[in-house]
Design a protein around this ligand. Structure first.
Ligand code: NAD
Length: 302
């Protein structure tokens, strides 16, 4: 048992390190006459979680020396109006990359919206062209959450080659791309991947075989200590708000893993908050910086 709790993969600190490296690069670009990277975020409605996520992203932009723009519209926006906003952002030469914060209200078709984003500005990596390139191992924008997890493992010098990785979840933004990235012939990567989901039978049998367990379900304390192998690396992607009368706000964030009881069994574990979430933000900034550099290279070649 590891009770020392020095087994925490500190996503918050790693993200701050990355953000300050990005800020230094931006400073160099700007001092040599280049343009600040510019990220735009489209936020529809007033879902508190979506508002908070966009707020964190915009704050991180300011700290890294980026320009940022929020386009906030009411829930009753039509699909046509939203597609017009996306088209305007595609056409706007001052914007390097943009995101449409998901989930969208039910009456909007997020698949069509994601497909309307120009792949050159798709810094979320959700467009089918980006997903296809990722699957083929071609250069592209990688989705921020799984790419952030890869970076976190890399920054801690964790070698995953040969590990049995078990991923729980099959969403397009976490589970599926995570599976693709960990199977790649790369380090971190080179894992033998088992991908579980809501229809998996005997989930515990799978999780107990995981050297690397990545959990993206959205259910608090779903992964309990009896489901985790001694010495496993556990990455908790879940973000759940649960009631907590001891807090002023009456609630707090927690992951999908019963952290208190699982952590002592792990060689490494990510906390929530302070694990995967901040890495997602740093990766979005990296993607936007890359978009900005690609754009300035393309215009100087003309
Ligand atoms: P989702 O709802 O799209 O997918 C959840 C997945 O869990 C599904 O694929 C489903 O098959 C699986 N699942 C549900 N019940 C299950 C069960 N009983 N057994 C096994 N699998 C089960 O969610 P998502 O968008 O992938 O997000 C998952 C969680 O991660 C959420 O809590 C979300 O808030 C969080 N999240 C965090 C970040 C971050 O930056 N930290 C980013 C994205 C999502």
């Amino acid at each position: 048992m590891n009770n020392s709790m020095n087994n925490i993969l500190d996503g918050k600190q790693t993200s701050l390190d990355l953000q300050s490296e990005i800020a230094q690069k931006v400073e160099t670009i700007v001092s040599s006459g280049g343009k600040k990277p510019h990220l735009a975020a489209v936020l529809i409605g007033d879902d508190p979680a979506s508002k908070a996520y966009v707020g964190h992203k915009i704050k991180a932009c300011a700290k890294a020396g980026f320009e940022s723009t929020i386009i906030n519209r009411n829930t009753d926006i039509s699909q046509t109006e939203l597609l017009e906003i996306v088209q305007d952002l595609n056409d706007d030469k001052s914007i390097d990359g943009f995101i449409v914060q998901l989930p969208l209200p039910d009456h909007l078709d997020s698949t069509e919206v994601v497909q309307a984003v120009s792949p050159e500005k798709d810094v979320d990596g959700f467009h089918p062209e980006s997903v296809g390139k990722m699957a083929l191992g071609l250069p592209t924008y990688l989705p921020a959450t799984p790419a952030g997890i890869i970076t976190l493992l890399d920054r801690y010098g964790i070698k995953t080659t040969g590990m049995h990785a078990v991923i729980i979840g099959r969403s397009d933004i976490v589970g599926n791309p995570m599976s693709a990235l960990l199977s790649r012939n790369a380090e971190p990567g080179n894992c033998t991947v088992t991908q579980c989901h809501s229809r998996t039978v005997n989930l515990r049998e799978h999780t107990l075989r995981a050297d690397l367990l990545i959990v993206a379900i959205g259910r608090p304390n779903f992964i309990t200590a009896d489901m985790v192998k001694e010495g496993a690396i556990v990455i908790d992607v879940g973000i759940n708000r649960i009631p907590d009368p001891t807090r002023k706000s009456g609630s707090r964030l927690t992951g999908d893993v019963d952290y208190e009881n699982v952590a002592p069994k792990c060689s490494w574990i990510t906390p929530v908050p302070g694990g995967v979430g901040p890495m997602t933000i740093a990766t979005l900034l990296e993607n936007t910086l890359q978009a900005s550099l690609l754009k300035s290279n393309a215009s100087s070649e003309k």
